[in-house]
Design a protein around this ligand. Structure first.
Ligand code: THU
Length: 133
């Protein structure tokens, strides 16, 4: 099984850990860092709704909290066909992704597509905008 398929299988297996009692929409994410570490995340909802956390931010936060900021893959699998990251997650990903970071939208190990953050969030605001201040 190739590298991406292994990550997708991990995401599929971990979706059962989604805490989504309000939407009943499960999302799972697995990220691989450029150093080769792998972190998992799921969406984590809250009775007050606003504090809910998306799966990809959950997975990336686990990596970042362990000193890993460079990502080779961000794999996302949700309960809809082609679950794309929400707007907030695209901005969050923008902070850490580079042009080599593959954002993998996965339905199954045989059905997935790869994108860059530039494709998902063109004309974005980033740390580049703050560099001359
Ligand atoms: N969700 C994610 O985890 N990632 C996304 O980018 C899309 C939305 C979650 C948030 C909420 O728990 C559920 O999906 C329904 O919106």
């Amino acid at each position: 099984m190739n590298e991406i398929k292994k990550l997708i299988q991990m995401a599929l297996d971990n979706k059962e850990n989604s805490y989504s009692p309000y939407s009943h929409f499960r999302v799972s994410s697995v990220v691989k860092t450029k150093s080769g570490s792998i972190y998992k995340g799921v969406n984590i909802e809250n009775a007050a709704y606003s504090p809910s956390l998306c799966a990809e931010r959950s997975a990336m936060s686990a990596a970042i909290s362990n000193g890993q900021r460079d990502f080779s893959y961000i794999v996302i699998n949700g309960d809809s066909k082609d679950t794309f990251p929400c707007g907030v997650c695209r901005q969050f990903i923008r902070e850490f992704a580079d042009s080599d970071t593959k954002i993998v939208i996965a339905n199954s190990i045989d059905d997935y597509k790869e994108y860059t953050i530039e494709e998902l969030l063109p004309y974005s605001f980033s740390n580049e905008d703050l560099k001359d201040i």
